[in-house]
Design a protein around this ligand. Sequence first.
Ligand code: ZN
Ligand code: ZN
Length: 346
Amino acid sequence: MRAVVYHGPGNKAWEEVPKPQVVEDGDAVVRVDAVTICGTDLHILKGDVPAVTDGRILGHEAVGTVEAVGPAVRTVEPGDKVLVSCITACGTCRFCREARYGQCLGGGGWILGHKIDGTQAEYVRVPFADTSVYPVPDGVAAEDVLMLADILPTGYEVGVLNGAVRPGDTVAVVGAGPIGLSAIMGARLFSPSRIIAIDLADGRLEAAKRFGADTVVNNSRQDPLAAVRDLTGGLGADATIEAVGVPETFEAAVALARPGGHISNVGVHGTPAALHLEEQWIRDITITTGLVDTFSTPTLLRLVAGGQLDAGRFITHHFPMGEFLRAYDVFADAAETGALKVVLTR
Ligand code: ZN
Ligand code: ZN
């Protein structure tokens, strides 16, 4: 079969590799029908994730058809359509028993395309299949479900739920890339009075409006703190969601929150960011961080199936799998191409 194989920083190839087999009793081998590329894959290709070593197949998001299962697998069988999630769960460790699957101690967590071979391939081996794949509901497009492999649960759990968004809130979302847009879409489910999207790129702010932002602020031209305070009687946002991952945006997210407000960090940071406790100690703020657990995936699947969540809105480009390298170029050059999520199909 063919797969996207990582060969050190800056190097990847769509090349011939052995087809995966069932290794452990709980494994499923899934034929990949639709797969996407994540910002995290671009971080890996820059060399930011040293745990990913030469020869690793990339990717942690897919929808496919079960091809084979190990003898311990009870809930899926060959022929079933399934979502392969970015988080794998052993199902039995302390953290899995608390639905904190992202922190799994039993060999799960974020392993696909990281510690084991991933989904950007014609076939993928998924460990702990019973607790790690989700049946695709009837009548729902596979590519819509694909958006639930990572970005939608990440924006919803780490951004919206950690941010304790409630009806009537003012929500400020810093960064309007795919994760920020997921957070906007998830926040809308709670009827906030206003969502303010902040970004440097007008194209992303246009997307933010389409995804449900009421107000957009381009912080290359406008001071976001003044804008948010203007809209909130000088107080600041009830919840701010950081969806970029650089020191400036984290510090902005903290400053934008009202006293007693929540700041939920979703961005993946590569360098230290300052927390100005000399200003913040008195403001009763709550700051949360997190890796997605995907405990919300079944809920989000029901919302997509019920037409309450337009997951397909993220998809801007389609490619056949043979054009994986071109798809990477289009996704990496989002400022020029307007790419949000690219989908590759067999
Ligand atoms: Zn991802
Ligand atoms: Zn576990």
